[in-house]
Design a protein around this ligand. Structure first.
Ligand code: PFF
Length: 464
């Protein structure tokens, strides 16, 4: 079976595709608003610590399991001889489906902004709420986005995923760097930067911690088997440690840059009062149009249009990997033809996203979907799916993944797989760290934070 599944044509291809999965709306849309929602620089620090200390070892584990078994997240556990653990792959597939259902909605918003800003409609920033409630229009953008995703995935692994990532990723980074430089020249840039980079440690509370952890997992595409799936296409000669390090640095680096761009812009728009800018999922959509307008009527349209176009492409390389997980499962385990699996699953997930699409005011029921125990205000459907699919299931997946690797599959097997493309791994400091993290640090910290998150977010029980 492994022979006709396809594979990445080179190590650079894998890294670009995996980084393409990691870099997306999570970095440019979600990261800045999570920073603004809670903690400012304190959140940034927690996020970076989680990425490098906890998520990096989980990433190494996922890629190693994928490469060892050349399987999807469910088949991988069966292939290793632990069929009972395939439930973990199933949790991952569920998380992927939930995430893609709302992610596609936001990707549709971004794609629509590309069109609006290209036509010079800078006022859209102040009309964000009306814009997302024009269901016919944003629904159409969502359909276009899901079709584009399904199209690339149906082309198979190296033809579609790899080629798309190779061109688009570097271009996106280039434009963000230019925008960072420009944003730093604007009035009030300093207020924005100090909000972003000068930590107020009194701001750290438990919700900052669990939001930062959820964000780190989401941003790195971890905890749901996306990297087991991508790892299954990686060659035995590749060095998993250096690949994972590059992906982590690229992803965290781009999120960091997105913040460097956003907060001076937010300070500029609000004349220095960053705290007053509308946070939440609307942050980039309300702030950026005004910032682009300041560049000039023509250049602003070009730069702004290009930015949202590239953001849509970054989202596309992420939706591709989200769809790839259930599709690879259907192809490997259910023997469904790839082209059929792709379109049926894409349609199903699009339908699941409709309640999220209408949950920002259009439908009263989905807008006020659920009120958690102890919460004052209801949570809308989109946020609810986000809380379950990403903030809860991903850290749970990461926790179980490390428990599995350390205590079921066993560390020496993990090490053996890592050594395949990195013979000198044994005895290095990094080996000792991975050993410690996978055996103790990740299971303990991820397990504790997972429990406290569920208690605090859904049941209103604050332990500290
Ligand atoms: N990492 C992506 C982002 O930051 O936009 C989102 C994502 C993609 C999460 C793929 C999980 C995943 F498997």
């Amino acid at each position: 079976m492994a022979t006709n599944r396809g594979s990445f044509s080179s190590k650079a291809g894998f890294i670009l595709a995996a980084a393409g999965s990691a870099v997306g709306l999570g970095n440019i849309w979600k990261f800045p608003f999570e920073v603004a929602n809670g903690g400012g620089a304190a959140f940034v620090i927690m996020y970076l610590i989680f990425c490098f200390l906890l998520c990096f070892p989980v990433m190494v584990t996922e890629i190693a399991i994928g490469r060892k078994t050349q399987k999807n997240p469910v088949g991988a556990f069966i292939a290793l001889g632990f069929p009972k653990w395939s439930f973990l792959g199933k949790i991952g597939i569920l998380a992927g489906i939930l995430i893609l259902s709302f992610y596609n909605v936001v990707a549709g918003w971004a794609f629509g902004y590309f069109i609006q800003i290209s036509f010079g409609n800078f006022e859209i920033g102040g009309q964000f709420n009306e814009y997302i409630n024009n269901i016919g229009r944003v629904g159409l953008y969502g359909i276009i986005f899901m079709i584009a995703t399904a199209f690339v995935v149906s082309k198979g692994i190296s033809g579609g995923v790899e080629r798309a990532s190779k061109i688009l990723m570097p271009t996106l980074v280039g434009i963000i760097v230019l925008l960072v430089i420009y944003s730093l020249t604007l009035p009030h840039a300093f207020e924005g930067i100090s909000y972003y980079l000068v930590p107020q440690f009194s701001e750290i509370n438990f919700s900052v911690i669990y939001n930062a952890l959820g964000q780190a997992f989401f941003s790195l595409s971890l905890g749901m088997g996306a990297l087991i799936t991508y790892g299954s296409y990686v060659s035995k000669q590749d060095n998993i440690i250096s690949s994972a390090a590059m992906i982590t640095v690229a992803d965290a680096g781009i999120a960091f840059l997105a913040g460097l761009m956003m907060f001076p812009f937010a300070a500029y728009i609000s004349s220095g009062a960053v705290e007053t800018v509308q946070g939440g999922p609307g942050l980039i959509f309300t702030v950026l149009p005004g910032a682009f307008e300041s560049i000039g009527p023509v250049l602003g349209r070009i730069v702004g249009g290009l930015f949202f176009l590239l953001l849509s492409f970054a989202a596309l390389t992420s939706t591709i990997s989200l769809l790839e997980v259930p599709v690879t499962y259907a192809v490997d385990e259910l023997n469904i033809q790839r082209s059929h699996a792709v379109w049926v699953i894409a349609l199903f997930i699009f339908m699941m996203g409709v309640p999220s699409l209408i949950s920002n005011g259009d439908s009263h029921f989905f807008t006020n979907f659920i009120t958690y125990f102890g919460a004052e205000n209801p949570t809308n459907f989109l946020d609810f799916v986000q809380h379950i699919g990403s903030d809860t299931l991903l850290p749970l997946g990461g926790f179980l993944m490390t428990v599995f690797a350390a205590y079921v599959w066993k560390k020496h097997n993990l090490n053996k797989e890592i050594e395949e493309g990195f013979p000198a791994f044994k005895g290095t400091l990094i080996e000792k760290y991975i050993d410690f993290a996978v055996s103790y640090l990740c299971p303990a910290i991820l397990g504790i934070i997972f429990l406290l998150t569920v208690l605090s977010r859904f049941f209103g029980v604050e332990i500290f």
